[in-house]
Design a protein around this ligand. Sequence first.
Ligand SMILES: *Cc1c(COP(=O)(O)O)cnc(C)c1O
Length: 427
Amino acid sequence: MNRKRHIETSCVQAGWNPKNGEPRVLPIYQSTTFKYDTSEEMGKLFDLEKEGYFYTRLQNPTNDCVAAKIAELEGGVAAMLTSSGQAASFYSVFNICEAGDHFVTTSQIYGGTYNLFGVTMKKLGIDSTFVDENSDEEEISAAFRPNTKALFAETISNPTLAVLDIEKFARIAHEHGVPLIVDNTFATPINCRPFEFGADIVIHSTTKYMDGHATSVGGAIVDSGNFDWEKYGDKYKGLTEPDPSYHGLAYTRAFGKKAYITKATAQLMRDLGSIPSPHNAFLLNLGLETLHLRMLRHCENAQKVAEYLKGNPKVAWINYSGLPYDRYHALAQKQFDGGRSCGVVTFGLKGGRDVSIKFMDNLKLCVIATHVADCRTCVLHPASHTHRQLTDEQLLEAGIQPDLIRFSVGIENAEDIIADIDQALKA
Ligand SMILES: *Cc1c(COP(=O)(O)O)cnc(C)c1O
């Protein structure tokens, strides 16, 4: 644990530490380039003899400050920002996998990640096996091969709200000598820090709660610094052996615990360029300053909405780990601060798909939006929207019930949200 102060203080203060006379608020370095006095100085940056900024595709001071804040929130040693959560998922695996390699992932993951892993990365020659995260350890272990390089999962899955047993997954990953990568988007470090349960790398779609105001698409990757790449050097040659595209330098030897993030920055960001704009990083930082306050309200409101839905006879079923009879309640109590998970509740209505659609059309305060986890309550029906190309059978295979309503509870007054649900159910 690298934490020295409470997480609320880190939300507000971490990252930007102004010197005497400098702006109190993180400045937006909206500049692609950085000026040097002599050609020799600039040369030293390229030779890695000196540290400094030269081009924003590689690094930018605003972005770096926000990444440092997220690293502190997660209790990691280093972090980087990406232009989207998708870029973060891709980089997190691609940083340690190449053509001919394989990784294991749970099937309970975000639809975009499912497609990235199951289709697009396969085209690059990187194979993956999907496992049910609730299978027993032997069954999950059976998916590993000699060329397996990582295990990937989500703390709380979007949209099925399965809660990951992080300790179990860390144990399986480490028994096979690979890192556990966890997408912690829905829980946020306010509710859960996966490193405390043995995860090695954490990624985020910062588009969701971290930004919190639905202004900027973005992502982040954080390294715990705990995985011993050199112990499994044959597997992670990209980190442990000289990189010909980077001055013949071996990342683990040159950068120690920061090897993984340095490689992702110096190699992947350099070559693929999915950097966020400094302005978006600035907006993300504003969001992070109130993350601790908003998450409490999101969870408090979601708990009230879940309890209301549970008691309504028109509701067929509901998933929310804050409910005592939820299948993930005990795990949520163990892994999440105060048992708080996130502000998203999923449920189905009696009468199925058509009734669900009608209910959503009758909502007034809670709007239909292809978004989740921001301050305004919003709602989505995956079968009609994000997953509309799938048949009911295919939906069930993906773990999504055709009548599933993904209800993202915002930070408005809970009574107003419930009143809107109530009128829409009656209509
Ligand atoms: C939205 C989301 C992503 C993808 O992030 P983008 O910022 O939309 O690219 C990845 N994982 C989870 C859990 C998400 O909710």
